[in-house]
Design a protein around this ligand. Structure first.
Ligand code: OOB
Length: 564
């Protein structure tokens, strides 16, 4: 297939180097599942509620979805917007896309009309897959099809009637929403030898250099950007992180964070588990009340969480004394984990900790399983790959002296060379020699481990959820009572940071938090972007250069106060 329009490939000499070093192995993500299914067809690959899938069953379902996508004239390179919770449909759809070379655009479950319409338009999606769980979803689907004329198909997964949309089962070529073979009982090992019948007609249409998936950026100014990840680069990301996390065929992973997020999907997460022949257990939510019983029932060995959830799990474990005896590894990442929390992990949860500092754009840093405790507690890990080239620099791009903080720049075998269809943004987001400017402030220890000290980018990290400042400010400016606005982060014990909207009102009526939250909700903005506080001011403090002095605003927020 010709490369996707709007995708920036790695320059030839880099691609050759990554291939020669064996980092890009020339396999597709669809083949990763196929290989595991050949090795261990009868083992449990996936658990979703009380439904269980062997590797052979999951492999066959992926083929059927690939066939279903083709039957709906979704071709190699077509984009498909995915808005699904953690569910078996998400998994079979993902692998069906990989095999049909259809490119899934992975929206987060928290996204609403504002984000979804933007993603559908930006990606030129031809199909949209949603979870039909009521009125809200139908409204969203209407909004998406209304805003993006490219969307030709809407498929609805989930238990509810699909309304005007095609049922997800339409993609399976049969009337079973879960994709299991009607004749086989759950858990019965199917015939491991693929027969000649139509169930195995789906060959892998993808090539290793093709874009496999479009992930969402949490880290840029303005509306979300799309991150192209190729089969070669993402499969390497998955394999190498699975090695660094010690995954093997006995690994049982609880996918508690949204599977559509890079951390839970591929670092090593869901894909890393399926590549090593382990078992993926999907959790409908990450809260301890939901996750603990599932963890005990399925003898889960590993889970990835954001820091506010680490705290929630620690507190709940002390209170409830659940059976966590199978848990061997907790990965924490997405935002900075406090040392006090890190210290409690082993005594309270009885498992090892691995800090992960990653980004959907690529680069992963992890503490290693054999690192000294001190490094595991106090750093965010070191780069995953020998081939990761990281620089820590001053604003003009000169390297800082070792140990000093600066902005992290990176290029490497699994870090993008350009956002999808974002030519102008790419000119500033990357250096001319291909380094991605992460916007994170870090310092490096002599061991190569990084400590995340802050950021220079305009994003507030609300417990792992990334709040894009400019996007939220633009929505707020559209409110008639808002003359000017500045969204500022402030420290919070639980979330790391929360958000405050400073508002200069237009006219005598001061908008309240309730007014602004209602306004943003009407505009279809994801709930995690709603400001935690609102304060009104007559004028903004200004810097010497005349810009809004955000630091001065932030300093007024260091004492807790009631939200209004
Ligand atoms: C992960 O990915 P994104 O794309 O949602 O967000 C990336 C940004 C980073 O640039 C950094 O600012 C922040 O999130 N971040 C951390 C962190 N992990 C991510 N900041 C401090 N400490 C950490 N451990 O968040 C993500 C992707 C893959 C694995 C893990 C996290």
């Amino acid at each position: 297939m010709p490369q996707l329009d709007g995708f920036t490939p790695w320059p030839r000499q880099f691609a050759d180097r990554y291939r020669a070093a064996g980092l890009w192995s020339g396999t597709t993500l669809g083949a990763v599942l196929r290989d595991s299914a050949h090795r261990t067809p009868g083992r449990t690959a996936l658990v979703d509620g009380d439904r269980r899938w062997t590797y052979a069953e999951l492999d066959a379902a992926a083929d059927r979805v690939a066939d279903g996508l083709r039957a709906h004239r979704l071709h190699p390179g077509s984009r498909l917007l995915v808005h699904l919770p953690n569910s078996s449909e998400f998994v079979t759809l993902l692998f069906g896309c990989f095999r049909a070379a259809v490119v899934p655009v992975l929206a987060l479950p928290a996204h609403r009309e504002s984000e979804l319409t933007h993603l559908a338009r930006l990606s030129g999606a031809e199909a949209y897959v949603l979870h039909a769980d009521g009125h809200e979803q139908h409204r969203l689907a209407h909004a998406v099809t209304g805003a993006a004329p490219t969307v030709r198909h809407v498929f609805a997964a989930g238990p509810e009637r699909p309304g005007p949309w095609a049922p997800f089962a339409a993609l399976l070529g049969r009337d079973r929403a879960d994709g299991t073979e009607p004749a086989r009982g759950a858990g019965t090992p199917p015939d491991p030898t693929p027969g000649p019948g139509p169930a195995h007609s789906a060959a892998d249409s993808a090539h290793p250099g093709d874009v496999a998936v479009l992930l969402l950026s949490g880290g840029t100014t303005g509306p979300p950007k799309l991150i192209p990840r190729t089969h070669d680069d993402y499969a390497y990301n998955v394999r190498a992180s699975a090695r660094a996390a010690g995954f093997d065929a006995h690994t049982v992973t609880l996918v508690a964070l949204p599977a559509a997020h890079n951390f839970a999907l591929a670092c090593p997460g869901l894909l890393g588990t399926l590549c090593t022949g382990g078992t993926v257990v999907l959790s409908p939510g990450p809260d301890p009340e939901t996750a603990f019983p599932l963890l005990a029932r399925e003898r889960v060995t590993t889970v990835a969480l954001v820091p506010p959830l680490v705290l929630a799990w620690l507190d709940a474990a002390e209170l409830l004394d659940p059976d966590l005896s199978s848990l061997a590894l907790l990965q924490a990442g997405g935002s900075r984990l406090k040392e006090e929390a890190a210290r409690r992990v082993r005594p309270v949860l009885g498992c090892a900790l691995q800090q992960v500092y990653g980004m959907a754009e690529g680069l992963l840093n992890l503490t290693r399983l054999d690192d000294p405790e001190e490094l595991v507690r106090t750093t965010q890990g070191r780069p995953l790959s020998e081939a990761d080239e990281v620089r820590v620099v001053t604003p003009d791009g000169t390297s800082v002296p070792p140990g000093e903080a600066g902005e992290l720049w990176v290029r490497g075998p699994y870090t993008l060379r350009g956002y999808y269809r974002a030519e102008e943004h790419n000119r500033t987001a990357f250096t001319p020699d291909g380094y991605f400017r992460t916007g994170d402030l870090v310092r490096t220890l002599p061991t190569g481990h990084l400590v995340v000290e802050g950021r220079v980018k305009d994003v507030i990290n609300r417990g792992g959820d990334k709040v894009p400042v400019e996007e939220v400010e633009n929505h707020l400016l559209a409110h008639p009572a808002v003359h000017d606005v500045a969204l500022v982060g402030f420290p919070d014990a639980e979330m790391g940071e929360r958000t405050c909207a400073f508002v200069v009102p237009h006219g005598p009526d001061e908008p309240t938090r309730r007014d602004l939250v209602a306004h943003l909700t009407r505009r279809g903005v994801a709930a995690f972007k709603l400001p935690d506080r609102v304060r009104t001011l007559a004028v903004f403090p200004r810097t010497g250069a005349g810009k809004v002095d955000r630091a001065a605003l932030a300093r007024t927020l260091t004492t807790p106060e009631e939200t209004r």
